[in-house]
Design a protein around this ligand. Structure first.
Ligand SMILES: [Zn+2]
Length: 452
């Protein structure tokens, strides 16, 4: 039987491939091959593990039912090529997606924000998008897409209302990146030091050295889970439980109190880290309007996607180019500046407030493409929506590849006057957008600021 999405909040059992309809398998004849003495059957005649097609057999499939009703030989090695496998892959993808939503909903119920799941799209490669949009999978993929969208909207609403949480997440990501040598490594080191101090005070040492012990797993994992949407409290609890289990495995008979003390001390260390992050957040209040590249901004991509959707935003996406303009927590400034590969983004406006809407963001990107001399790119500007986007990526022409590469090479710059795109470069496009004006295609004589 098909276990479909329940909207009444009842827990449902995990969807499996066996639950999905037979689709193109219905009524087909499955042909399989084996070597003369082989015990494994292969449905792909070109399978590299199939040395010869000495024996073959056929299995007539039922005319209706689910993939669980397929009639297959014992120990089937591989899937039949073509339509049947394409359908199976789409079914597997859909099941993975549904189960991932289940897990994300459980996280959300605990107070965590399931960031990584919200960035994922239903449908991925090849003809999967079409298969998922057609029956018999459409009636399952549609509700699954909606379920994920509802979760995304819930997180949006929550993050828009609690901007401190968003700021803490950005800062956790930024501090974590300081683990590898770069400008702000000393900030990461302070977190290590804070935990070491707590352990020294408790009289606990480690044979590998406390600095090493903190830096190896606990701190990076803690920062990663906070940046990934866990509350500081649950991230701390996870570290403490893990270290407790570890201490219990390694304890000697005469040290029965040690694991408990280890757990208590990690709880204190986590509380100290939380206080540090929250204090930092106080120093970076509010939001900014920023232009950034989605990959290589200096901030986690999943986190960026979620944050961008909480306010007005728009994208310019084609070939190598993946730009977003969005309202982000002010702390993103630190992430952009700490990026390895030039500036990760440009701060366009402090405290954008009511004057910036989705339309402003869209207009700004169109104006920017014009003012940079790439009017052809304006057609790839998309206005943001709170819901998850399901439109497939546009296929780029050769010329668009060239253009996008040229823009991408130029990069961003935090200083005016250089080759990179800076806040100064963006200003004419921004001012026009704020007034609702559209910059016209630049002509030979007037390259900028010509208005319609
Ligand atoms: Zn095979």
């Amino acid at each position: 039987m098909l276990k479909l999405v329940t909207d009444d909040g009842n827990p449902r059992s995990a969807l499996s491939v066996e639950d999905l309809p037979l689709g193109p398998w219905a009524g087909t004849m499955l042909r399989v091959w084996a070597t003369k003495t082989g015990t494994r059957w292969h449905a792909d005649p070109d399978c590299p593990s199939l040395k010869s097609r000495a024996r073959s057999d056929e299995f007539a499939q039922r005319s209706s039912g689910t993939l669980g009703d397929r009639i297959l030989p014992e120990g089937l090695h591989c899937d039949p090529p073509g339509t049947l496998t394409d359908y199976l892959n789409a079914a597997r993808h859909l099941v993975y997606y549904a189960n991932e939503t289940d897990e994300a909903e459980r996280k959300r119920a605990r107070g965590d924000l399931p960031i990584s799941a919200l960035g994922r799209h239903l449908g991925a490669f090849g003809n999967m998008d079409e298969l998922l949009a057609e029956e018999p999978l459409a009636s399952i993929s549609g509700p699954e897409h909606n379920r994920r969208s509802r979760l995304a909207e819930d997180v949006n609403r929550y993050l828009s209302a609690d901007s401190e949480r968003a700021c803490v997440m950005v800062l956790a990501d930024w501090v974590r990146r300081g683990r590898t040598p770069r400008g702000h490594q000393r900030h990461y080191d302070r977190f290590v030091e804070a935990a070491v101090t707590v352990f020294n005070a408790a009289g606990l040492t480690s044979n590998i050295g406390m600095h090493y012990a903190v830096n190896r797993d606990a701190l990076p994992e803690w920062l990663e889970s906070v940046a990934g949407g866990s509350t500081c409290e649950s991230a701390t609890q996870a570290v403490a439980d893990q270290e407790f289990a570890h201490a219990q495995r390694g304890r000697r008979a005469d040290e029965s109190d040690i694991p408990k003390l280890v757990r208590e001390t990690w709880l204190s260390a986590g509380a100290r880290w939380q206080l540090m992050l929250e204090s930092m957040a106080l120093a970076h209040p509010g939001t900014v309007l920023a232009l950034f590249k989605r990959h290589g901004s200096g901030l986690d991509t999943d986190l960026l996607d979620v944050l961008a959707r909480t306010g007005p935003w728009a994208t310019l996406k084609i070939a190598h180019l993946d730009w977003t303009v969005a309202e982000l927590p002010t702390a993103c400034r630190l992430s952009f500046a700490s990026n390895d590969d030039g500036s990760g983004g440009v701060i366009l406006l402090e405290e954008p407030g009511y004057q910036v809407t989705h339309e402003t963001c869209e207009l700004f990107l169109r104006n920017l493409a014009h003012s940079l001399g790439y009017p052809d790119l304006t057609q790839h500007v998309r206005r943001g929506t709170a819901a998850l986007d399901r439109t497939p990526r546009t296929k780029a022409t050769d010329r668009e590849y060239e253009l996008s590469l040229a823009v991408q090479r130029r990069g961003f710059s935090s200083y005016p006057g250089g080759a990179g795109i800076s806040a100064d470069t963006c200003r004419p496009a921004l001012l026009a957008a704020l007034e609702g004006d559209q910059l016209a295609r630049p002509s030979a004589g007037r390259k900028r600021r010509s208005r319609t």
